[in-house]
Design a protein around this ligand. Sequence first.
Ligand code: ZN
Ligand code: ZN
Ligand code: FE
Length: 758
Amino acid sequence: MVQGVGFRPFVYRIAAGLGLSGFVRNQSGTVYLEVEGPASVLDRFAQQLVQEAPPLARLDGVSWHILSPTGMSGFQIVESLADTDPEVFVSPDVATCVECLAELFDPRDRRFRYPFLNCTNCGPRLTIVQGAPYDRQRTTMAPFPMCADCRREYADPTDRRFHAQPIACPACGPQLRLLAGNGDLIGTVDPLYSFAEAIREGKIGALKGLGGYHLVCDATAEPVVAELRRRKYRDSKPFALMVGSLEDAQRLCVVDAAERTRLCSPQRPIVLLRVRTGGTEIAPSVAPGNPLLGVMLPYTPLHQLLLEALPGRPLVMTSGNRADEPMACDDTDAIQRLGGIVDRILTHNRPIQVRCDDSVTRIIPGQELLIRRSRGYAPAPLALPQALPVGTLAVGGQLKSTFALGRDRIAFLSHHLGDLDHLSACRAFERDISLYEDLFAVRPQLLVHDLHPDYASTRYAQSRAGKEGLRLLAVQHHHAHIASCLAEHGLSGPVIGVAFDGSGYGADGAIWGGEFLVADYAEFRRAGHLRYVGLPGGEAAVREPWRMAAAYLIDAGLDLSLLAGTIPAHALRTIERMVTRRLQTPLTSSMGRLFDAVAALLGFRTRVSYEGQAAMELEWLAAEAAPGLSYPFVLREDTPSAAGRPLEIDTRPLLRALVDDVSAGTDRKIIARRFHSTILDIVEAVCRRLRRDWKLEQVALSGGTFMNAILAHETAQRLTADGFEVFRQQVVPCNDGGLALGQLAVAAARSAQEFEEG
Ligand code: ZN
Ligand code: ZN
Ligand code: FE
């Protein structure tokens, strides 16, 4: 990644510093340069080129040829051959750099306190780009003609704003405005200060940031946070916080070295941190019952100024939307959708082109677990294990949607688009696909989608393929999860793939999710799975975990008395009838649903307000108990896995033992911990069987259930101790946000096979 990151000025500086002559230019997403001088100095140059590259540059390789000297004089940055080279890598948005921060707070600087300053090393990128190639005319900065001072900096190869496309200053760039909730302009000399005052007084605000609007309020004021939660219709999903500095983060939470690095990185994700014990000033409504807080540091000059105006005060900084809709990203939309929620809107006149949510990450013992890869990360390229013979688009899943565009061995995995249940998310999905195709000059000839016939992404792929005469490839959900993990680690397979998640359409039409695969990129075989149980009412069972508890009790031959205290008798009877007669009750082997069932049996969730909530709460509970006993289960040995039919993991003994524990009044923490330990036992037992039958030692872990830190960490630990080589996802989410990468990797392998077969 060498474009839009200050690479050419850097080359200019080192060449000029060494007295070498020649030129440098952008070329097809690479940098091409010719340098002339004594051989020994050229060696020094080559060394510096790699070792001192700018912070945001990423060199995947350097190649060179020896040319005859032509007697060039001086060193120049020359224009790219634009007509022949439409390909430009657009970098992700980058948090304000140290030099720009110094200017922001320097009263002598002409950009003193200017909320939109940036340079070649920092500032907006993906969120403002409208087309290719990446230059100011094709960004939302086009309506702001540069002033003479900015133009001089922009044109000077030695300036740190050389060719910084979003360059701006108070004289020529975007400006802030303060609005009331109804959209009326509020006259004030200092909109930022007035907004900060309103927040200090306990008002709720909307702030136009980099990739969308945030809802903002004082995170220490319980009545205000509770009011925000009420207005936003958001039952209990945690709110993220923004704090002014690393020290502020450390005051609230325990921050280890790896977490510090992520917090302060140029990507500035939300990092999930453990709350300090011994009380915190954070309002309980920020993250009810959650031992973790999502914390981020300011990543734009605007955030820096706002936090500086409210010293030592952590702010709620949560996506500007109602319930689960996509985030608002223009004023009209914000006023319409957020007007009733907020008292003040701090906005500006630089449009947001690409709606881009904050990224979310977590460090679990030593290793990163990226939960949402979006702002700051997308669209940085990822490597594919094999080359794609044609431009390919993978459309991902339905929830936590992302897509990926591929050409050759490069994958551009998109920013997070949210759940495609929402019309506006679907629109953004289609619009951003065509933007990416433009930016990366990929005209897909092959579209890859999930097997699920009803995903909005599947329907998009099918209808587009029909209209444009493109080829289609369907990839099974859990195969894509495992392929995503293999691609991230550059493995070739076959491996034992453990894919645990909420749901994915199975090859037999059932809803899979507790799967053991033997897989490489091209093929997979289902080698083991959780015993099928009913999913009463389909989607309704996802929202109401008690339905899963009932289904599991019925399967284990137990009565439903355990649920009678919380669930009306008639509702239980209805479910019983649905399950026994298989009415609107598909079969599922989902691990996520087993977690839901256990959470409901422990009596702390009969309804969830977001997917995975029950499983998360079960993890927190288990984390409070020490590992100890686990529950029994049976591996159905009668069907050897290599002979065709998959192993079945019979969960009925588990259910019976767990119910005994509940009835005996065993501490819920201990039950939750025993349940987690049982899942670890299951993984270990099945992996051992598959190692014996298939002679495989590498294990890939993927699927959304592995966002559970206990499972992710301890599974890897146990299997490693048992001699397996274990891989889990770190830089690409293991949830459905990482599916599209796996789909591309499968497409590459299948295409290569077809090619070989002629
Ligand atoms: Zn900068
Ligand atoms: Zn200017
Ligand atoms: Fe999944």
